[in-house]
Design a protein around this ligand. Structure first.
Ligand SMILES: [Cu+2]
Length: 139
């Protein structure tokens, strides 16, 4: 069900992008005035805030997971990093759209990064231990 919604959103975005590409080539060519483009560097940095990322530190030890059922917030297209220290192999599953699966190995300092394209609640699970590490509210 959710997958269908995601596909619709992507298709719509594609149409908008296509529409933007046409009709723009001739505007501004006959402007003799010295006034330059109105976009200043300050505006640009305002639009694109410094790269934000959500980092989740996870520890798997003796069959216990920390954290579990954490409630976090993230943003669409913004990197989400999961850092794992583990003493066991497991499978990290991110129920996003698109979804992501990462192989956890029994070693420290593993790092997995992904982005989420579609807003919603994204569960991050360990499939071997059957625990939910966190649910990320992606806007
Ligand atoms: Cu899963």
């Amino acid at each position: 069900m959710t997958k269908r919604i995601g596909l619709t959103v992507l298709a719509t975005t594609g149409l908008i992008l296509t529409a933007c590409g046409s009709e723009n080539s001739d505007t501004g060519a006959n402007t003799a005035s010295p006034s330059p483009s109105t976009i200043s560097p300050a505006d640009m940095t305002d639009q694109q805030a410094p790269p934000n990322r959500l980092v989740i530190d996870v520890t798997i030890k003796g069959g216990e997971v920390t954290p579990t059922n954490a409630e976090l917030e993230g943003k669409v297209k913004e990197p989400i990093v999961i850092r794992v220290n583990s003493d066991a192999a497991d499978e990290l599953h991110v129920h996003s759209n698109p979804e992501h699966t990462f192989k956890v190995e029994p070693k420290p300092a593993q790092s997995f990064q992904f982005t989420v394209d579609v807003p919603g609640r994204v569960a991050v699970e360990l499939h071997e231990l059957k625990r939910t590490i966190a649910t990320i509210e992606v806007r």
